[in-house]
Design a protein around this ligand. Structure first.
Ligand code: SAH
Length: 297
């Protein structure tokens, strides 16, 4: 899955050399990736010139330029005595105690400063294992859920031999999970249907200068065919069923991780693996995600 040119396709090489950083490289949709479907009205955001964070290699420590100790305009001033690295390290220890044992995921959770993605009044709760409001009735997922879903994604066949080439996230929200995913994969496409949150995520991510996370404004129920096929698709909002486009845009060996309403109206985490023989669905633990909605607003 990593790099190189796919047979018969004009796939970008990874790490991709992007003409304009933050703009998705144009990858033609593959035959079978819903050719009859109307292309989603997805508008790529442009981020400033940035460096790539190398996926799957030793990650920059929180002190590395661009990822920490960097004043971020628009976020809460922190008390001089507050050591976010220590609080974050404790959060990671708790994740380990809860059974998250994927080293790359733990490293990413230790690197991304969650407190920079929440409103100033919530900064002191940023490293608790709780979801928090991010505006427009939406929430940033609990750290344990972000870590669990990321670890499931990295368990896909397509991620066994190295960092997944391309991931798609449905529901950018404040951009926190997109930043975590950016440390795990070569390229990440993240779609948000609410303009206000899309703009917020862009502002939140800008100071980190992450070149491999591409923010898109549009209805994620259509997926994003231009970046397909994906080694992994992750949804941060749950509906009654999994949209066809998501399964169609999964690479063989790829994995979809999403909340979905299953038994008796209860949401559960669902994993769909695309094998050479078809789709295999597994229903895991109950979860509570905001609803997946169609259209943009
Ligand atoms: N991963 C996010 C979680 C955001 S909550 C974070 O780290 O903050 C889930 C998000 O999914 C919400 O922002 C909601 O607006 C969005 N969403 C719901 N349905 C959607 C759809 N069809 N397409 C894109 N985003 C959607």
């Amino acid at each position: 899955m990593s790099g190189g040119k796919a047979p018969g396709g004009d796939r970008p090489r990874f790490p991709a050399r992007l003409p304009t950083v933050g703009t998705p490289p144009t990858a033609p949709a593959r035959a079978g990736a819903s050719p009859a479907r109307k292309a989603p009205a997805v508008v790529p955001a442009s981020l400033p010139a940035a460096r790539s964070l190398p996926a799957g290699r030793p990650l920059p420590s929180p002190a590395a330029p661009g990822m920490a100790r960097r004043p971020v305009a628009g976020t809460a001033p922190q008390p001089a005595s507050w050591d976010s690295a220590a609080v974050r390290a404790r959060m990671v220890q708790k994740l380990e105690a809860q059974g998250i044992d994927h080293p790359t995921v733990l490293q990413a959770m230790n690197t991304v400063e969650r407190h920079r993605f929440v409103d100033s009044g919530l900064v002191n709760q940023a490293y608790e294992d709780t979801s928090l409001p991010i505006g427009l009735g939406q929430t940033i997922s609990k750290p344990s859920v972000v870590a669990r879903m990321a670890a499931l994604l990295l368990g896909a066949e397509a991620a066994r031999s190295g960092p997944p080439a391309r991931l798609l996230e449905i529901g950018t929200g404040c951009g926190y999970q997109a930043a975590v995913l950016g440390l795990l994969a070569r390229e990440v496409y993240s779609i948000e249907r609410l303009r206000g949150l899309h703009d917020k995520a862009r502002a939140n991510l800008r100071p980190f200068r992450i070149a491999n996370v591409h923010l898109l404004f549009g209805d994620g129920m259509e997926g994003y065919a231009k970046g397909a096929p994906y080694a992994g698709i992750i949804a941060a909002a749950g509906g009654e069923a999994l949209p066809d486009a998501w399964c169609e845009q999964l690479a063989v060996g790829g994995r979809l991780v999403a909340p979905m309403v299953t038994r008796g109206g209860q949401q559960a985490l669902v994993v769909v693996d695309r094998t050479p023989h078809g789709l295999k669905q597994t229903v895991l633990e109950d979860v509570h995600f905001v609803p997946l909605k169609s259209g943009i607003a």
